[in-house]
Design a protein around this ligand. Structure first.
Ligand code: ADP
Length: 532
């Protein structure tokens, strides 16, 4: 059995003898010292004393000083000390505790009391040590877990960066060639005479459009998920917007032999919302309704209720089995999944729609019966919040310099783009509106701008070598002549924050590739009309 070891320190040989026999009988190992200095020597040389019984009044080094040194010596500081003395005054006792004693026993002592105290303090010391060890173990474990979590977090952050970079790069790389594919397919569609070839061009165009729409869906999703995305709240007339959207779909519905009807409770319903987001919501629902309906048609109903607007898109299509009513709002989920799926699509439309609706404090639900049809119901709250944040254009455009519509001399524009296919597409898109020149090289663009005065610049951002579009824009803004000239960032960078980054670099406008002819013309005509 383990024997605890006690050092008895007393200058009186008789005391030592009595104490020794009491402790031995109780199965303690004993060490002796007759003064403080000797006691410290013994303690310093040995590693296994569990307690010190310390007389106070001793020659060379008294009990108080000895205790003080024990407490301040790293190796000894945890050994409990019990003073054993004939000094019974309160001030002596207090002094003893001040010097670091754990307990006090008066001489003449009661052996049972002494043993009880010795035992208590040794147990207390052991428990404290155990606790300390457990604490150290715990600290080590916490440190290890923290290190593991830190590594996991770093890994996750690296993966996130990789995903963002990958998305940005993929988006850029897929969008860039689309301008050529869509542009030239459109020209072929218009120019070819032979029906069969015309149809082929039409199919190239439709495939390109589909790819472009898928890209837009993925981008929309990443934009909505990013907290950085800011919505542009403004008063929107939902009825007017809806009529415009229905117009866009009327041809498709007609082609499919479906009706496309609408019913509105009021001729105009205005709420504070992001116009683009509202269009996305309604587009997605009508798109789906047309996609999943073979006969009959679609009805869009909008009604103003007390605190909300209810938008119902009702179709007579294939319907949705009840167990899918929640699942279809999840990303990438479709009723018909796997290799045998019956309908095209990414499964992203409804999850984007739901996210948008919820961003505006609304909710979306579906009621549907198989083979009878589906009704998607969107409820949007009517906000009284009048904070309208219009997008800011960083550069003030010089208003007087340019005449546009009546101009005999068409405005001169420069395209800076390293993709040589962009120029012929844009040239044809802008025919009759602008005189267009182009360069694929940033340095060369600066020289051109110094020699000539362009009225408008289309600026690609990724120019592969030399200057990039942002640097080039900054350089141009330093030239007096180009301080206020519209510079349109014309780029396949279309991720969250890209537009803002290019505007901050000095571009006045932004359009993402691939763009449709109408979108480009809208932007250019808007800019040039402002100047007349
Ligand atoms: P996608 O249409 O690209 O597959 P969505 O997220 O828009 O993606 O829709 C998810 C799924 O919900 C669809 O694949 C389809 O199974 C079902 N769905 C959506 N709208 C309708 C509808 N109007 N009628 C029948 N099924 C629908």
């Amino acid at each position: 059995m383990y024997q605890h070891k006690v050092l008895v320190v007393d200058d009186n040989a008789q005391n030592i003898q009595v104490l020794g026999s009491v402790l031995k009988e109780a199965n303690y190992q004993i060490g002796f010292a007759t003064n403080g200095k000797q006691a410290l020597d013994i303690l310093n040389q040995s590693n296994n004393y569990d307690l010190v019984l310390l007389d106070i009044d001793m020659p060379i080094l008294d009990g108080y000083e000895t205790c003080k040194i024990i407490r301040s010596t790293e190796k000894l500081k945890d050994i409990p000390v019990i003073f054993l003395t004939a000094f019974t005054e309160e001030e002596n006792i207090v002094k003893g505790f001040d010097y670091g004693a754990q307990d006090y026993v008066f001489k003449p002592f009661n052996p049972r009391e002494l043993l009880a105290r010795v035992d208590t303090h040794i147990q207390l010391k052991n428990k404290t040590e155990q606790l300390k060890q457990m604490n150290q173990l715990l600290e080590k474990k916490v440190e290890e877990r923290t290190a593991e979590l830190k590594t996991a977090l770093e890994k996750a952050e690296a993966m996130y960066r990789l995903k963002s970079n990958f998305l940005a790069n993929m988006s850029h790389e897929l969008r860039t060639p689309l301008i050529g594919i869509l542009g030239f397919a459109e020209f072929l569609k218009q120019d070819l005479k032979e029906i069969e070839l015309k149809e082929m061009a039409e199919n190239i165009y439709l495939s390109g459009m589909r790819l472009s729409e898928t890209l837009n869906l993925i981008l929309d999703l990443s934009k909505i998920e990013s907290e950085k995305h800011e919505f542009n709240f403004e008063k929107v007339d939902l009825i007017k917007e809806t009529k415009e959207i229905l117009n866009l779909f009327s041809k498709t519905a007609e082609k499919q032999g479906l009706y496309l009807k609408s019913s509105f409770s009021h001729p105009s319903i205005q709420i504070n919302i992001d116009e683009r987001a509202y269009r996305t919501i309604l587009n997605n629902l009508i798109n789906n309704a047309l996609k999943f309906t073979v006969e009959g048609g679609i009805n869009v109903d909008i009604s103003l209720q007390e605190t909300l607007v209810e938008i119902k898109v009702e179709d007579t299509g294939i319907g949705i089995p009840e167990e899918y009513h929640n699942i279809i709002f999840e990303e990438f989920r479709q009723v018909s999944e796997g290799l045998g799926r019956n309908f095209e699509g990414t499964g992203l439309g409804l999850s984007i729609t739901k996210k948008l609706v919820e961003k505006f404090g609304g909710e979306i639900s579906v009621e549907s019966k198989l083979r009878k049809g589906s009704t998607f119901i969107v409820k949007l709250p009517i906000t009284t919040d009048d904070k309208i944040s219009k997008k800011k254009v960083a550069i003030q455009i010089d208003e007087k310099k340019l005449k546009f519509e009546d101009a005999k001399v068409k405005p001169l524009a420069l395209i800076v783009d390293d993709d040589p296919l962009v120029y012929p597409v844009m040239k044809r898109y802008l025919e009759g509106y602008l005189k267009l020149e182009s360069t694929t090289d940033g340095k060369f663009a600066i020289n051109l701008c110094k020699k000539k005065k362009y009225d408008l610049i289309f600026m690609d951002i990724n120019l592969k070598r030399g200057f990039d579009g942002k640097q080039l824009t900054r350089e141009l803004r330093k030239l007096k002549e180009y301080e206020n000239i519209p510079i349109i960032a014309t780029t396949a960078y279309a991720m969250v924050g890209d537009r803002e980054e290019f505007l901050a670099a000095g571009c006045s406008h932004y359009i993402s590739k691939p763009f449709k002819k109408e979108d480009l013309l809208d932007l250019v005509v808007g800019i040039l009309n402002k100047k007349t």
